[in-house]
Design a protein around this ligand. Sequence first.
Ligand SMILES: [Fe+2]
Length: 305
Amino acid sequence: MQRKKPRPGIEKKVQDLENEIKRLKKQNQATRANLKTAQAKLQKSSDRLRKTMGGIIQAMSLTIEKRDPYTAGHQRRVTKLCRAIATTMGFSWERIQGFRMAAVIHDLGKIQVPAAILSKPGRLTDEEYEIIQSHARHTLNILNKIRFDREKREIPMMAATHHERIDGKGYPLELSGDEIPEAGRIMAVGDVFDAITSRRHYRDRMDFLKVLNIMDGDSGDHFQPEFVDAFKRLPLARIVSILESGNLDPVSAEDMELFGQYTLQALHDLLKNRENLAEEDAHLVERFEHYYARGITDDHAGIDD
Ligand SMILES: [Fe+2]
């Protein structure tokens, strides 16, 4: 039989195709390498942007505190409280980062409140009170001017809703229940707790049993009950470290260990029943009240903990 001879030109075509495949493979490799470099560059610049945004937010936070010495440290402590509550409730790390960013500038709108009103000791007139309340709306308006990236776009609403109440009687938007961002609802718990446990130069800290009774009493009206419950499940050591943050005199390691064995709820139960305490429980109450009653020497620590 006669063998078929390869048609002229076919071999050349095969060769050309092989060469083309080789060329495309090379091109593909180069494209992948370029893509990798571009991705790394993008990641770097987005990290830089995030750091810049963090720095701006920190600067804004410190500016507010400098203008309003009576609430110095307030935003820092509220941020720590929010983070602790949100962590106990199992929120993701990303969401907690968003909550923290909102909490650290929640009173930004105070920049538009005259310093004389902010630092006025004692009772405010109705008009002055209304001006102070307007800070929440100012927070919203100022933050709305910033173009946050997609996952942070809720920060203005989160920050501005820390005075909303779940019964709808809060401000500035009179939202109720789920209409209030979770961050606003968590912040409400931290904000009130910090306000009534803070000292002003014209008044001392509120009695701690009264503080905890207020937190319980306002659960369901002002606060979402689940967030108050999560707050009260926090170890007492965490609460003490927040109450004492910025204090130059540290809490002793021995007392911290003791506070780590009780929750805030456990302390509340003991304070309600303080006439009949076992010796070790009485010791806990005595150690807690020692720190709660002592003066604070603020070192203006940073906002991170
Ligand atoms: Fe506020």
